[in-house]
Design a protein around this ligand. Structure first.
Ligand code: PLP
Length: 341
């Protein structure tokens, strides 16, 4: 199979059409057989439920090439089950989890020429998503849905090394205490666009959101969970029902405990504690870990001892171990690496 003629290392994080997308339609109360299609546009009613009432959710994962030339995905079963949770919360039909994994495999295989080669730092980003497509004007769930998977090659997240970022604490809230913060719904992103643009206009890379009920506890950013390292080397990550359960963060908890022998605390984290931590990072599929050097908020700033030049030492070990597992240099726990045959 011949790879596409792309300068993989200079790719950014943008969308580009590839050869095939996967589409399955839910109609008359059942999923029809899904298929690979060459068409990358969608025609729908102006009154489609997704357009009027934002009935849509999504997932994000990556396929990449390991040193021995295999194309693999990282824990796609967890994306399947998380999407099922998102669908149930939005009154959408669940696309069966085993079929989800088969569809990921099929669409990656069909676009194998678009999977960046080993060592390029680039990956094939996989975006499964679902939306209500039939017309709905009175507020209710749609009757017809499309489950689709698009793939697009994306460049290395950190060009020239992972530099610590400066973030701010948002005055806006991300998710209500019993709302939709724990599912991957498009609506959570719609409301985050204004706060993130405000943050960028003020010179910050990201927003830290606090719990809306008391505004005393750390939740997450718009698209990544937090992890902290204490001065005595413990791994701490916030627990809340309104945080999206990041697969990267859940994997790092296992890496921290089982591979690095760290004590792992998954608990409520108070903003007032942050000044005592040694290291801070954001975890998600895109970057794996983005180190945070500084947090600015009204009336002060927190400068982590790890500084603004490089990742803290424990964060770095976590990053190297998890990416080593993903790349096949370090033995993975059972079932973490899905080879696309
Ligand atoms: C997708 C997402 C994450 C990261 O999850 P991963 O599974 O690690 O990619 C974190 N927070 C939010 C709000 C997200 O949407």
């Amino acid at each position: 199979m011949e790879k596409k003629n792309i300068d993989w290392s200079s790719l950014g994080f943008g969308y580009m059409e590839t050869d095939m997308s996967f589409v399955a339609t839910y109609r008359n109360g059942a999923w029809e057989e899904g298929k690979l299609v060459k068409e990358h546009t969608i025609t729908m009613s102006e009154c489609a439920c997704v357009l009027q009432y934002a009935q849509t959710c999504f997932e994000g994962l990556k396929a990449y090439t390991t040193e021995d030339g295999k194309i693999v995905c990282f824990r796609p079963d967890l994306n399947a089950s998380r999407m099922a949770d998102s669908c149930r919360r939005l009154e959408m039909p669940v696309y069966p989890e085993d079929k989800f994994i088969e569809a990921v495999e099929a669409v990656v295989k069909a676009n194998a020429a678009w999977v960046p080669p080993y060592g390029s730092g680039a990956t094939l980003y996989i975006r499964p998503f679902m939306f209500g497509i039939n017309s709905v004007i009175g507020v209710k769930p749609a009757d017809e849905y499309q489950f689709r998977i698009l793939v697009t090659p994306v460049g290395p997240y950190f060009k020239g090394g992972a530099k610590p970022i400066t973030i701010t604490v948002s005055d806006f809230d991300r998710a209500a205490p019993h709302g939709t913060g724990n599912i991957k719904a498009g609506l959570n992103y719609a409301m985050s666009l204004h706060p993130i643009m405000e943050a960028h206009r003020n010179g910050f890379a990201e927003n830290m959101y606090l719990d809306p009920a008391t505004r005393s506890k750390v939740e997450e950013t718009g698209g990544a969970n937090f992890m902290f390292i204490t001065k005595d080397g413990k791994f701490v990550t916030p627990k809340s029902d309104s945080i999206l359960p990041s697969i990267t963060r859940r994997s790092l908890m296992i890496v921290a405990e089982k591979y690095l022998g760290l004590t792992v605390e998954h608990r409520e984290v108070y903003f007032d504690e942050l000044k005592d931590f040694a290291e801070c990072g954001l975890c998600g599929t895109a970057a794996v870990i983005s180190p945070v050097g500084k947090i600015c908020y009204k009336g002060g700033e927190i400068n982590f001892p790890s500084g603004m030049d490089e990742m803290g030492p424990v964060t770095k070990k976590l990053y190297e171990t998890l990416t080593g597992i993903q790349q096949g240099h370090i033995e993975a726990p059972e079932g973490w690496i899905k080879v696309i045959e």
